[in-house]
Design a protein around this ligand. Sequence first.
Ligand code: AMP
Ligand code: ZN
Length: 114
Amino acid sequence: MEDCLFCKILNKEIESNIVFESDNVLIIKDISPKAPVHLLALPKEHISSILEIDKLDSRLIKELMETISKVALKLGLDEEGFRVVINTGSGAGQSVNHLHFHILGKRKFNWPPG
Ligand code: AMP
Ligand code: ZN
């Protein structure tokens, strides 16, 4: 989608630090990490937020979740626990309107989140 930062990253128009790539999913390092490990899991298909999840094929949603799980295990994030976050809407801190899952690990997390 035009003018979408993450679509530009997916199209390699903008450089990113890629951790994992498949036909349907890209996982990159967040440019402004909020934890020692801070990754972003992106579906390659553009949807603006989880509110449009019905536009994604259920197999793709499963693949996304499985990919997040595999990468978290590979990086040992399960040892101390980790957090997967979807910010939705400006009030919750969403700044890029392309669905993405924050994967945060290797530090202590508070509950409830701020
Ligand atoms: P959100 O604020 O939940 O929409 O998350 C967007 C995330 O994208 C933020 O954590 C930003 O630090 C991150 N971000 C912005 N630009 C880039 C970029 N060029 N490469 C990697 N991450 C980025
Ligand atoms: Zn996009």
